[in-house]
Ligand binder design. Structure first.
Ligand SMILES: [Fe+2]
Length: 191
């Protein structure tokens, strides 16, 4: 897959308007100044803990849309699988990587790339990410020089025809989980 950045110059800004509709207004925020919080002993909190902006609903645990980021941060938890765990949930997750590397995808998720996991679709770290996270010594590590973002919403997302037919669509995305072995045999307390 070939990825390129493109540059264009225009004589005005899209924000150059006379008035705004309703109470909408543009806002520019440097995501690098956001201070993340996380586990400082063990376990892995729900990634929603990195929410920067939210449009809540009356139902606890769901949002119309959350804007979440994954900025540089320290990983220090002990006895813990540190990347996001395998899960499926009611929220549709549209993710993008701005720069650096995302800790749950060792390959294939490049800066400028996007992924969509719709509601109730199981997902989690790729095989390489799993192997690394389960074999590496759990010393304090800094995930540095990285910035990923996610819009998560309680509504299912649909692709536009344009997006569905992009040449850069990754047809073999499923392969990132190839090689993951079943680790659980149904016995909650193996000897
Ligand atoms: Fe997720």
């Amino acid at each position: 897959m070939v990825c390129e950045f493109h540059v264009t110059e225009i004589g005005h800004s899209p924000l150059d308007v006379v008035a705004w509709h309703g109470n909408y207004s543009p806002y520019k925020y440097d995501l690098r100044t956001y201070s993340p919080v996380g586990a400082i002993l063990f376990d892995h909190p729900d990634p929603s803990i990195f929410t920067v902006l939210t449009a809540p609903t009356e139902e606890a645990g769901t949002a119309n849309v959350d804007f979440v980021i994954f900025p540089p941060r320290w990983l220090v938890a002990e006895h813990t699988f540190r990347p996001p765990w395998y899960h499926r949930n009611i929220m549709s997750e549209f993710m993008g990587l701005i720069y650096g590397q995302y800790d749950a995808k060792e390959e294939g998720f490049v800066p400028g790339g996007m992924s969509l996991h719709n509601m109730m679709l199981p997902h989690g770290p790729d095989s390489m990410g799993f192997e690394k996270a389960t074999s590496v010594e759990l010393t304090p590590q800094k995930l540095d020089k990285t910035m990923a973002f996610m819009f998560e919403t309680r509504y299912p997302q649909q692709l536009t025809e344009f997006a569905a037919n992009l040449e850069s669509l990754q047809d073999n995305y499923l392969d990132c989980w190839t090689g993951l072995d079943r680790k659980f045999d149904g016995n909650p307390s193996p000897k």
